[in-house]
Design a protein around this ligand. Sequence first.
Ligand SMILES: Nc1ncnc2c1ncn2[C@@H]1O[C@H](COP(=O)(O)OP(=O)(O)OP(=O)(O)O)[C@@H](O)[C@H]1O
Ligand SMILES: [Mg+2]
Length: 259
Amino acid sequence: MLRAENLHKSYLLGRSALPVLRGVSLTIQAGDFVAITGSSGGGKSTLLHVLSGLDVPQRGQVFFKDEALFEPEGTRRIPVGRDSSFVQAVAESSADRHALPHDLRLLENRRNDLRNASFGFVFQFYYLLPEFDVLENVLLPQMVGQSMGGWLSGRSRAARRAVELLERVGLGDRLKHRPNELSGGERQRVAIARALINEPAILFADEPTGNLDGKTGRDILNSLKSLNQNGQTLVMVTHDRELAREAHRVVQLVDGRLQ
Ligand SMILES: Nc1ncnc2c1ncn2[C@@H]1O[C@H](COP(=O)(O)OP(=O)(O)OP(=O)(O)O)[C@@H](O)[C@H]1O
Ligand SMILES: [Mg+2]
Protein backbone atom coordinates (compact mmCIF):
# COMPACT_ATOMS: atom_id res chain seq x y z
CA MET A 1 0.00 0.00 0.00
CA LEU A 2 2.86 2.36 0.88
CA ARG A 3 6.46 2.03 -0.22
CA ALA A 4 9.24 4.35 0.90
CA GLU A 5 12.54 4.18 -0.94
CA ASN A 6 15.84 5.59 0.25
CA LEU A 7 14.48 8.63 2.06
CA HIS A 8 16.94 11.35 3.00
CA LYS A 9 15.91 14.33 5.04
CA SER A 10 18.09 17.02 6.63
CA TYR A 11 17.09 20.17 8.42
CA LEU A 12 19.03 23.31 7.66
CA LEU A 13 20.31 25.11 10.73
CA GLY A 14 21.95 28.29 9.58
CA ARG A 15 24.51 27.04 7.12
CA SER A 16 24.90 23.54 8.46
CA ALA A 17 22.62 20.62 7.64
CA LEU A 18 21.39 18.27 10.33
CA PRO A 19 20.85 14.89 8.69
CA VAL A 20 17.87 13.10 10.25
CA LEU A 21 16.86 10.42 7.73
CA ARG A 22 19.78 8.81 5.96
CA GLY A 23 18.40 6.26 3.57
CA VAL A 24 15.13 4.92 4.97
CA SER A 25 13.19 2.30 3.05
CA LEU A 26 9.98 0.71 4.29
CA THR A 27 7.04 -1.18 2.83
CA ILE A 28 3.61 -1.18 4.42
CA GLN A 29 1.01 -3.73 3.35
CA ALA A 30 -2.74 -3.28 3.57
CA GLY A 31 -3.90 -4.33 7.04
CA ASP A 32 -0.43 -3.93 8.58
CA PHE A 33 0.19 -2.57 12.06
CA VAL A 34 3.74 -1.21 12.07
CA ALA A 35 5.36 0.43 15.08
CA ILE A 36 8.29 2.81 14.64
CA THR A 37 10.51 3.20 17.69
CA GLY A 38 13.80 4.92 18.40
CA SER A 39 15.37 7.43 20.74
CA SER A 40 14.11 10.96 21.24
CA GLY A 41 15.29 13.28 18.50
CA GLY A 42 16.07 10.29 16.30
CA GLY A 43 13.69 11.36 13.55
CA LYS A 44 10.53 9.31 14.14
CA SER A 45 8.14 12.23 13.72
CA THR A 46 10.13 13.41 10.71
CA LEU A 47 9.77 9.96 9.15
CA LEU A 48 6.04 9.80 9.83
CA HIS A 49 5.59 13.25 8.31
CA VAL A 50 7.49 12.25 5.17
CA LEU A 51 5.66 8.92 4.83
CA SER A 52 2.34 10.73 4.99
CA GLY A 53 3.32 13.56 2.65
CA LEU A 54 3.18 16.21 5.38
CA ASP A 55 6.84 16.98 4.84
CA VAL A 56 9.13 16.65 1.83
CA PRO A 57 12.41 14.71 1.72
CA GLN A 58 15.46 15.97 -0.20
CA ARG A 59 16.02 12.53 -1.69
CA GLY A 60 14.03 9.35 -2.07
CA GLN A 61 10.41 8.70 -2.88
CA VAL A 62 7.22 7.47 -1.29
CA PHE A 63 4.71 5.56 -3.39
CA PHE A 64 1.10 5.21 -2.31
CA LYS A 65 -0.46 2.39 -4.34
CA ASP A 66 2.34 2.93 -6.86
CA GLU A 67 1.72 6.67 -7.20
CA ALA A 68 4.72 8.87 -6.34
CA LEU A 69 4.00 11.44 -3.62
CA PHE A 70 6.90 13.76 -4.36
CA GLU A 71 8.22 15.61 -7.39
CA PRO A 72 11.49 14.39 -8.96
CA GLU A 73 14.53 15.01 -6.76
CA GLY A 74 15.97 18.48 -7.21
CA THR A 75 12.66 20.07 -8.19
CA ARG A 76 11.07 19.88 -4.75
CA ARG A 77 10.03 22.76 -2.56
CA ILE A 78 11.15 21.81 0.93
CA PRO A 79 9.02 23.48 3.61
CA VAL A 80 11.01 25.36 6.26
CA GLY A 81 8.83 24.63 9.27
CA ARG A 82 7.19 21.37 10.03
CA ASP A 83 3.56 22.41 10.32
CA SER A 84 1.30 20.42 8.10
CA SER A 85 -0.88 22.29 5.67
CA PHE A 86 -3.81 20.66 7.42
CA VAL A 87 -2.86 22.24 10.71
CA GLN A 88 -2.12 25.54 9.01
CA ALA A 89 -5.32 25.43 7.02
CA VAL A 90 -7.51 24.76 9.99
CA ALA A 91 -5.63 27.27 12.12
CA GLU A 92 -6.18 29.99 9.53
CA SER A 93 -9.80 29.04 9.08
CA SER A 94 -10.58 29.09 12.76
CA ALA A 95 -10.62 32.88 12.74
CA ASP A 96 -14.09 32.83 11.23
CA ARG A 97 -16.06 29.65 11.62
CA HIS A 98 -18.91 30.70 9.36
CA ALA A 99 -16.55 31.30 6.48
CA LEU A 100 -14.94 27.93 6.93
CA PRO A 101 -15.73 26.05 3.73
CA HIS A 102 -14.91 29.15 1.66
CA ASP A 103 -11.89 30.26 3.53
CA LEU A 104 -10.20 26.95 3.80
CA ARG A 105 -8.11 27.22 0.70
CA LEU A 106 -8.65 23.72 -0.63
CA LEU A 107 -5.41 21.86 -0.36
CA GLU A 108 -3.00 23.04 -2.96
CA ASN A 109 -1.96 20.10 -5.00
CA ARG A 110 -2.42 16.46 -5.69
CA ARG A 111 -0.28 15.37 -2.73
CA ASN A 112 -2.44 17.33 -0.37
CA ASP A 113 -5.64 16.02 -1.91
CA LEU A 114 -4.33 12.52 -1.73
CA ARG A 115 -3.33 12.98 1.88
CA ASN A 116 -6.72 14.31 2.82
CA ALA A 117 -8.53 11.49 1.05
CA SER A 118 -6.30 8.59 1.96
CA PHE A 119 -4.34 9.34 5.13
CA GLY A 120 -5.47 10.01 8.68
CA PHE A 121 -3.08 11.55 11.16
CA VAL A 122 -3.19 11.49 14.97
CA PHE A 123 -0.73 13.97 16.43
CA GLN A 124 0.87 13.77 19.84
CA PHE A 125 -0.61 17.09 20.88
CA TYR A 126 -4.09 16.58 19.38
CA TYR A 127 -4.28 19.89 17.45
CA LEU A 128 -7.99 20.26 18.09
CA LEU A 129 -9.43 23.67 17.38
CA PRO A 130 -10.48 25.24 20.66
CA GLU A 131 -13.41 27.26 19.38
CA PHE A 132 -15.07 24.29 17.67
CA ASP A 133 -17.01 21.64 19.54
CA VAL A 134 -16.20 17.94 19.39
CA LEU A 135 -18.51 17.18 16.47
CA GLU A 136 -17.22 20.12 14.42
CA ASN A 137 -13.60 19.15 15.03
CA VAL A 138 -14.29 15.67 13.71
CA LEU A 139 -16.05 17.08 10.64
CA LEU A 140 -13.20 19.39 9.62
CA PRO A 141 -11.37 17.02 7.25
CA GLN A 142 -14.67 16.48 5.43
CA MET A 143 -15.09 20.22 4.92
CA VAL A 144 -11.49 20.57 3.74
CA GLY A 145 -11.85 17.82 1.17
CA GLN A 146 -14.95 19.13 -0.60
CA SER A 147 -16.40 21.96 -2.60
CA MET A 148 -18.97 24.14 -0.87
CA GLY A 149 -21.80 22.44 -2.77
CA GLY A 150 -20.48 18.97 -2.06
CA TRP A 151 -20.12 19.82 1.59
CA LEU A 152 -23.64 21.21 1.92
CA SER A 153 -25.27 18.26 0.18
CA GLY A 154 -23.26 15.64 2.06
CA ARG A 155 -23.31 17.40 5.36
CA SER A 156 -25.92 15.40 7.23
CA ARG A 157 -24.46 12.10 6.10
CA ALA A 158 -21.04 13.29 7.24
CA ALA A 159 -22.47 14.39 10.57
CA ARG A 160 -24.07 10.96 11.07
CA ARG A 161 -20.73 9.32 10.36
CA ALA A 162 -18.96 11.68 12.75
CA VAL A 163 -21.45 10.86 15.51
CA GLU A 164 -20.98 7.14 14.83
CA LEU A 165 -17.21 7.46 15.08
CA LEU A 166 -17.47 9.46 18.27
CA GLU A 167 -19.76 6.80 19.71
CA ARG A 168 -17.23 4.14 18.73
CA VAL A 169 -14.52 5.92 20.75
CA GLY A 170 -16.92 6.37 23.67
CA LEU A 171 -17.69 10.06 23.23
CA GLY A 172 -21.30 9.91 22.08
CA ASP A 173 -22.31 12.06 25.05
CA ARG A 174 -19.64 14.75 24.52
CA LEU A 175 -20.59 16.06 21.07
CA LYS A 176 -21.11 19.67 22.13
CA HIS A 177 -18.10 19.93 24.42
CA ARG A 178 -15.21 22.15 23.47
CA PRO A 179 -11.70 20.65 23.66
CA ASN A 180 -10.93 22.54 26.88
CA GLU A 181 -13.92 20.81 28.47
CA LEU A 182 -12.40 17.36 27.80
CA SER A 183 -9.76 15.25 29.50
CA GLY A 184 -6.50 14.44 27.67
CA GLY A 185 -7.67 10.94 26.80
CA GLU A 186 -10.98 12.28 25.49
CA ARG A 187 -9.15 14.83 23.33
CA GLN A 188 -7.01 12.12 21.85
CA ARG A 189 -10.12 10.08 21.09
CA VAL A 190 -11.62 13.09 19.28
CA ALA A 191 -8.38 13.30 17.29
CA ILE A 192 -8.71 9.61 16.38
CA ALA A 193 -12.31 10.09 15.25
CA ARG A 194 -11.19 13.10 13.18
CA ALA A 195 -8.41 11.04 11.60
CA LEU A 196 -10.98 8.40 10.59
CA ILE A 197 -13.73 10.62 9.19
CA ASN A 198 -12.49 10.36 5.59
CA GLU A 199 -12.05 6.58 5.87
CA PRO A 200 -8.29 6.74 5.37
CA ALA A 201 -6.42 3.90 3.72
CA ILE A 202 -3.66 4.45 6.30
CA LEU A 203 -3.86 5.82 9.81
CA PHE A 204 -0.63 7.42 11.06
CA ALA A 205 -0.31 8.01 14.80
CA ASP A 206 2.60 9.89 16.37
CA GLU A 207 3.00 8.93 20.04
CA PRO A 208 -0.78 8.74 20.40
CA THR A 209 -0.46 7.80 24.06
CA GLY A 210 2.54 9.98 24.87
CA ASN A 211 0.68 12.51 26.99
CA LEU A 212 -1.64 10.13 28.75
CA ASP A 213 -1.42 8.18 31.98
CA GLY A 214 -0.89 4.42 31.78
CA LYS A 215 -4.52 3.34 31.86
CA THR A 216 -5.78 6.01 29.47
CA GLY A 217 -2.89 5.24 27.14
CA ARG A 218 -3.81 1.59 27.19
CA ASP A 219 -7.44 2.41 26.32
CA ILE A 220 -6.28 4.46 23.34
CA LEU A 221 -3.99 1.65 22.23
CA ASN A 222 -6.87 -0.81 22.52
CA SER A 223 -9.04 1.46 20.34
CA LEU A 224 -6.25 1.56 17.74
CA LYS A 225 -5.76 -2.21 17.92
CA SER A 226 -9.42 -2.92 17.40
CA LEU A 227 -9.45 -0.58 14.39
CA ASN A 228 -6.55 -2.57 12.98
CA GLN A 229 -8.33 -5.86 13.69
CA ASN A 230 -11.18 -4.50 11.58
CA GLY A 231 -8.78 -3.92 8.69
CA GLN A 232 -7.40 -0.45 9.33
CA THR A 233 -3.77 -0.13 8.19
CA LEU A 234 -1.90 1.51 11.04
CA VAL A 235 1.55 3.08 11.39
CA MET A 236 2.36 4.19 14.93
CA VAL A 237 5.36 5.96 16.40
CA THR A 238 6.07 5.19 20.02
CA HIS A 239 9.06 5.15 22.32
CA ASP A 240 7.24 2.74 24.60
CA ARG A 241 8.51 -0.78 23.95
CA GLU A 242 5.52 -2.35 25.62
CA LEU A 243 3.12 -0.54 23.28
CA ALA A 244 5.31 -1.39 20.31
CA ARG A 245 5.00 -5.08 21.15
CA GLU A 246 1.33 -4.94 20.20
CA ALA A 247 2.23 -4.22 16.57
CA HIS A 248 2.70 -6.87 13.87
CA ARG A 249 6.08 -5.46 13.08
CA VAL A 250 8.46 -3.13 14.93
CA VAL A 251 11.08 -1.11 13.11
CA GLN A 252 13.68 0.92 14.94
CA LEU A 253 15.13 4.15 13.67
CA VAL A 254 18.83 4.25 14.53
CA ASP A 255 21.25 6.83 13.14
CA GLY A 256 18.80 7.80 10.43
CA ARG A 257 18.26 4.25 9.21
CA LEU A 258 15.70 1.56 9.96
CA GLN A 259 16.53 -1.72 11.67
N1 LIG B 1 12.06 22.16 11.63
C1 LIG B 1 13.23 21.72 12.15
N2 LIG B 1 14.37 22.42 11.98
C2 LIG B 1 15.54 21.95 12.47
N3 LIG B 1 15.68 20.80 13.12
C3 LIG B 1 14.58 20.06 13.33
C4 LIG B 1 13.30 20.47 12.85
N4 LIG B 1 12.39 19.53 13.19
C5 LIG B 1 13.08 18.58 13.86
N5 LIG B 1 14.39 18.89 13.94
C6 LIG B 1 15.45 18.07 14.56
O1 LIG B 1 15.48 16.83 13.89
C7 LIG B 1 15.69 15.76 14.81
C8 LIG B 1 14.58 14.74 14.67
O2 LIG B 1 13.37 15.30 15.16
P1 LIG B 1 12.05 14.44 15.30
O3 LIG B 1 11.00 15.31 15.84
O4 LIG B 1 11.76 13.75 14.00
O5 LIG B 1 12.51 13.34 16.37
P2 LIG B 1 11.64 12.25 17.16
O6 LIG B 1 12.33 10.93 16.97
O7 LIG B 1 10.22 12.33 16.75
O8 LIG B 1 11.81 12.71 18.68
P3 LIG B 1 10.78 12.55 19.93
O9 LIG B 1 10.81 11.10 20.31
O10 LIG B 1 11.39 13.39 20.97
O11 LIG B 1 9.43 13.03 19.47
C9 LIG B 1 15.76 16.39 16.17
O12 LIG B 1 17.13 16.48 16.54
C10 LIG B 1 15.17 17.77 16.00
O13 LIG B 1 15.79 18.70 16.84
MG1 LIG C 1 8.45 12.88 17.72
